[in-house]
Ligand binder design. Structure first.
Ligand SMILES: Nc1nc2c(ncn2[C@@H]2O[C@H](COP(=O)(O)OP(=O)(O)OP(=O)(O)O)[C@@H](O)[C@H]2O)c(=O)[nH]1
Length: 259
């Protein structure tokens, strides 16, 4: 039963003023007032419950949002770390590629590309000291024909090692291509270069290279040498070393010719 509070108040006042309490029985009015309070209380409880569940909902939503935010942060962190690792790997791979592009795959020696750079650097620093030695294995085709290409490869590697060992600190060696090697000497002392190259020719001549069976392989090298002259460029110096090598071949091989 719904009660109007104003009307109830009037009934209470009237009941209290009626000393006889005959026309307005007080207990009925108080009953109605009690009922009214009960209704208000129930409504209040309902409101509190609604408010509580609303608060729970908001807390839950905040929690969910903050969890999502944390998750995104973690993912971002992971992506950043992956990206960092990827960039580092890429940098290393590029570096490796660049280094590989300067190395001859068979002998592990610097290749022609690397040597041209080095020659240019030497030319920029002290051109007048630069000497080149173009070294070519004599009749190398016969070694391939007789023992096979793989043994030919082994001989190439061994010759490369011997050149490197003999030249040592005096110069830089590279595989120029095929069975040709180029040495850059930044060495003003011609006699020292000459002695080094003659010793190298002797060493190769006296070496018995492995053939894979009982036979040992013997070979020789021809060497053409050029040294800086006024007005030279890297190209003209290489050409003169090539010409000197050509003459060494024509004169019967197994010798050093200075151009
Ligand atoms: N096994 C092997 N052989 C190579 C390689 N590069 C070039 N050759 C061989 O080297 C030989 C060079 O032959 P030629 O240019 O005729 O020279 P050569 O037989 O050394 O004779 P001369 O230089 O005139 O004394 C060829 O048979 C090429 O196939 C290589 O990487 N491995």
């Amino acid at each position: 039963m719904k009660h109007n509070i104003k009307a109830l108040e009037q009934r209470v006042v009237a009941a209290l003023e009626d000393e006889t309490n005959q026309g307005h029985p007080l207990h009925e009015v108080l009953e109605a007032l009690w009922q009214y309070n009960q209704d208000q209380w129930s409504r209040m409880e309902h409101l509190i419950r609604v408010s509580d569940s609303y608060q729970d909902m908001m807390i839950q939503r905040e929690k969910t949002l903050s969890e999502r935010f944390d998750k995104h942060l973690r993912q971002l962190d992971k992506i950043t770390r992956i990206s960092d690792r990827y960039q580092t790997a890429l940098r290393e791979a590029n570096l490796e590629l660049e280094q590989a592009s300067y190395v001859d795959a068979l002998t592990g020696l610097p290749n022609r590309r690397k040597m041209l750079r080095r020659l240019k650097a030497e030319f920029d620093m002290r051109p007048e000291s630069v000497r080149l030695a173009m070294i070519d294995i004599d009749y190398f085709k016969r070694i391939n024909d007789e023992f096979g290409h793989l043994i030919g490869d082994d001989v190439l590697v061994s010759v490369g090692n011997l050149i490197e060992l003999t030249v040592g600190e005096l110069g830089h060696i590279s595989r120029w291509g095929g069975e040709e090697f180029l040495v850059i000497f930044s060495q003003p002392d011609q006699a020292e270069v000459e002695a080094c190259l003659k010793q190298l020719a002797n060493t190769i001549r006296e070496t018995h290279f492995e053939s894979g069976d009982h036979a040992k392989i013997r070979t020789t090298i021809s060497i053409g040498v050029s040294h800086y002259q006024a007005g030279d460029s890297a190209d003209t110096l290489i050409t003169r070393a090539d010409d000197a090598l050509y003459r060494a071949k024509n004169r019967g091989r197994n010798q050093v010719v200075f151009g």
